[in-house]
Design a protein around this ligand. Structure first.
Ligand SMILES: Nc1ncnc2c1ncn2[C@@H]1O[C@H](COP(=O)(O)OP(=O)(O)O)[C@@H](O)[C@H]1O
Ligand SMILES: [Mg+2]
Length: 354
């Protein structure tokens, strides 16, 4: 059975043209499929076009050209009342929560239900949602009395009030500290798993993508420059920007800077090579470093090791100095390649210039 497409961007452009200003191509020929059950990460620096892209989903933004189909309907072709109905299927949460300061938490969550449900239904629904997000005891508090993480929980409960099928998160954790970010992402993951809600997660934090997404697209200057499964993007990034984003999850540039100051890497002779080894899952099980020595007479001095978990698959990054004859090292590198270990030379000059 093929997966059901929930959001389908087809060759979409958004061009902002203001008087006396240069036109901004905020979304540039983007085609993208989000499938039911996905937690689809869209990552990019500020100004990449992420918010404009997701505003197309509920037609807060109209495409200049191309089409955006949500749950089977081309958004631009819906009548006003059809659009209103459709928008109820699309929940949204934001960086700054957008809560109503003068209303209680319960009233904020109930807001999307006004006029479409009875008083009793609303009461029950709000109680259920507050329980889901862990805020039952704060129902009568006001937003100002809540922490940032709690405010975002209210935002999530409110977004779920109309039983959406897709939830859009636009930098929802960007104003939160790291620990709170983890707990909000955990909540989104459980919303995805328990309620079957498809999530589009916009962020500039690759760490957030790593924690909960199954698929990723990288945006730069309005374009999707790379996309793939989470494991693919982490293990085999193709574009420089994608590599940089992956490296942020292990503080790689700081690491290489530190390493570059070590004696072990200064004045490397022809018998030594400084390389980074990147591998996923199965390679970990092999006694890789031991094999380098026993089969190829190459010793590996490990300067840095980082093993993280991506969807329960180990993802390893090592920086090592290999020592051996040139021929032995070449053979060892070939063995590593054949074992699905990506070998990249570490260029210290590049670091020094940063
Ligand atoms: N309403 C608008 N009018 C003019 N330019 C806009 C508008 N909205 C966004 N832009 C521009 O489009 C580009 C992409 O912005 P945005 O989608 O907000 O990026 P991101 O969310 O990735 O930071 C930026 O150059 C921004 O200045
Ligand atoms: Mg944005």
């Amino acid at each position: 059975m093929s997966a059901e497409t929930v959001v389908d961007f087809k060759d979409v452009d958004v061009i902002f043209k203001e008087k006396n200003k240069k036109a901004v191509h905020a979304v540039n020929h983007v085609s993208l499929n989000v499938e039911r059950g996905d937690i689809y990460g869209i990552v990019g620096y500020s100004g990449a076009g992420k918010s404009t892209l997701v505003r197309l989903v509920n037609l807060l933004q109209r495409p200049t050209s191309g089409s955006v189909t949500v749950l089977g309907d081309d958004m631009a072709k819906l009548s006003a009342s059809e659009l209103r109905q459709k928008r109820r299927k699309i929940g949204m949460i934001f960086q700054h929560f957008n809560l109503m300061a003068s209303r209680t938490i319960a009233d904020n969550v109930a807001f999307p239900l006004r006029g479409v449900a009875s008083k009793d239904e609303i009461k029950k629904k709000v109680a259920d949602l507050l329980e889901l997000v862990g805020l039952t005891d704060r129902a009568n508090a006001y937003p100002a009395e809540l922490s940032g993480g709690q405010k975002q929980r209210v935002g999530i409960a409110r977004a779920l009030a109309s039983d959406p099928e897709v939830l859009i998160s636009d930098e929802a954790t960007s104003a939160l500290d790291p620990k709170t970010t983890v707990s909000i992402l955990d909540l989104l993951k459980s919303v995805n798993q328990k309620l079957g809600i498809t999530i589009v997660l916009i962020t500039h934090q690759m760490e957030a993508v790593k924690q909960i997404c199954n698929r990723v697209a990288v945006m730069d200057s309005g374009q999707v420059i790379e996309r793939g499964t989470l494991l693919d993007i982490f293990a085999h990034p193709q574009q420089k920007l994608t590599k940089d984003f992956v490296d942020t999850t292990m503080q790689m540039s700081a690491t290489i800077k530190t390493i570059s100051k070590q004696k072990a890497v200064q004045n490397l002779g022809p018998e030594k090579r400084l390389v980074r080894l990147t591998y996923l899952g199965s390679s970990t099980d092999q006694p890789m470093i031991a094999t380098l020595f026993s089969q190829y007479s190459v010793t590996a001095n490990i300067l840095f090791a980082d093993i993280q978990s991506l969807q329960n698959t180990p993802f390893g990054n090592l920086i090592v100095v290999l020592t051996g004859t040139e021929q032995d090292i070449d053979n060892a590198l070939k063995y590593l390649n054949d074992s699905d270990v990506t070998v990249t030379p570490v260029d210290l000059k590049e670091v020094e210039s940063k």
